[in-house]
Design a protein around this ligand. Structure first.
Ligand code: ASP
Ligand code: MG
Length: 451
């Protein structure tokens, strides 16, 4: 696996390292268009619109940029209008962040967003030049020119509205329009960014706002896989997956798509296709679950190696304790994942929870302070953990998945530290050293290597 995936070890598929803070919570919706998925308004009755998003590795150098441009030309020749959304070239965003930190320890948020937005501007303009060089009419637009309005939360802005008149006008003039991904503009015309990996969200939002036929996400892997192929070489590409399943996988560390993009796709019923820009393969379609072929109940194994656990032992079991522990963490912007409280004996209980490994150093002292205040006996931390999950919508109607998962892990002598579930997911926290073994054994136990 190369390129977009290299920075982040705990991912699957393309492992787009840039996904970063997923930003869950409300889906950005306002102003993007009517909520009903069908019938979507077409840009023009005769020529349907395709949105094509190219990630960092797909525009990493001049050759890749020309390849992306050629693909747009071919799509246009097939009778489509093309709206391309591009990421910054290769590792540009990382490099810009690094540079900012060299001039100042805590770069100003507004300036940082304006700086980072230049990465996407570079690729958009180059793609437009490549297209024109091929004789294809084209124009690049920044997010401000494209009418992508956002909130004012720099580095994690949310799209509030898209005013696509300029894009419509350029498309109507038969141009391929290239819009910078990842960025937007506030009411005061300040440039914002949507959070790492946000170009996916830009692309899906534009596809929804303009009533595209589908939104294609071009990347450096063949699609969404049943597991991270770096851990399980038998991982298979899925032809289709539901929004729900993809969202669980994306939030669990499968960085193939920005979760906010999947949420938007689901809300508007926009089909999203994840496919390779390095090959001509069909990829994976992310779409609604209904009407999908009868399929296995478990669709994929996700894992995340960036897991740390904090345990408070001997905690008095009375109202307000959980609040006392978690409020300071929330205030510090630390998100807590799995929480387990044991049954209390004589009014005393143990409480464990996980945070991401990178948040441990900030979390631990906060919890220590609370612990002494509430009279907990001890606080411990472990930073050598990982999370492995099975995901599939079929699980909600069929029993026995948990037992099969725990059985497979126990056969391998893998101890389960904590367990959490949702309707369509079971997650176990285990030792990090055993994560590959766990992924492989679950992949086999749920027969994911077979069609
Ligand atoms: N260039 C941005 C990043 O690296 C956005 C993106 O690629 O989606 O996070
Ligand atoms: Mg990305």
């Amino acid at each position: 696996m190369s390129g977009e995936g290299t920075r982040d070890a705990g991912t699957r598929g393309r492992g787009d390292a840039e996904t970063g803070d997923a930003g869950t919570g409300d889906v950005e919706t306002a102003g993007i268009g009517p909520l009903s998925a069908s019938p979507r308004p077409r840009v023009s009755a005769s020529r349907p619109l395709l949105v094509q998003k190219f990630g960092g590795t797909s525009v990493a150098n001049a050759e890749r940029i020309r390849a992306a441009a050629r693909r747009m030309v071919r799509t246009r020749e097939q009778g489509y209008q093309v709206l391309a959304v591009v990421s910054a070239m290769g590792h540009t965003t990382d490099e810009l962040i690094d540079l900012a930190q060299q001039v100042c320890e805590r770069p100003d948020e507004r300036e940082l967003d304006l700086l980072l937005s230049t990465g996407e501007t570079v690729s958009a303009t180059l793609v437009a030049m490549a297209l024109k060089g091929m004789g294809c009419p084209a124009i690049s637009l920044t997010a401000a020119q494209a009418g992508i309005r956002t909130t004012r939360f720099f580095s994690r802005a949310r799209i509030t509205d898209i005013q696509p008149e300029r894009i419509r006008k350029e498309l109507a003039e038969d141009k391929v329009v290239i819009v910078t991904g990842f960025q937007g503009v506030t009411e005061d015309l300040d440039i914002t960014t949507l959070g790492r990996g946000g170009s996916d969200t830009s692309a899906v939002a534009l596809a929804c706002a303009l009533g595209a036929e589908q939104c294609e996400i071009y990347t450096d892997v063949v699609g969404v896989l049943t597991a991270d192929p770096r851990l399980e070489p038998r991982a298979r590409k899925l032809d289709r997956i539901s929004y729900e399943e993809m969202l669980e996988l994306a939030q669990l560390g499968a960085k193939v798509m920005h979760p906010r993009a999947v949420e938007l796709g689901e809300l508007y019923g926009m089909p999203i296709v994840v496919r390779s820009s390095f090959a001509n393969t069909p990829g994976t379609v992310i779409c609604r679950g209904e009407g999908m072929e009868v399929r296995k109940n478990v669709r994929g194994i996700a894992h995340d190696t960036d897991v740390a656990k904090i345990t408070l032992a001997g905690v008095p079991d009375r109202p307000g304790i959980a609040y006392a522990i978690f409020a300071p963490l929330a205030e510090a912007g630390i998100s807590v994942d799995t929480i387990v409280q044991t049954a209390s004996i004589d009014g005393i209980t143990d409480l464990s929870f996980t945070v991401s490994g990178s948040d441990l150093t900030r979390s631990f002292p906060l919890v220590q302070q609370v612990a002494s205040r509430i009279g907990a006996a001890t606080v411990d931390a472990a930073d050598d953990l990982a999370k492995v999950s099975i995901v599939g919508t079929g699980m909600q109607s069929a029993p026995g998945y948990a037992a099969r998962m725990f059985g497979a892990l126990s056969e391998q002598g893998i101890n389960i530290n904590m367990i959490t579930t949702s309707d369509i997911r079971i997650t176990c926290i285990i030792q990090r050293a055993q994560v590959q073994q766990a992924v492989q054994t679950l992949h086999a136990a749920f027969e994911l290597d077979r069609e």
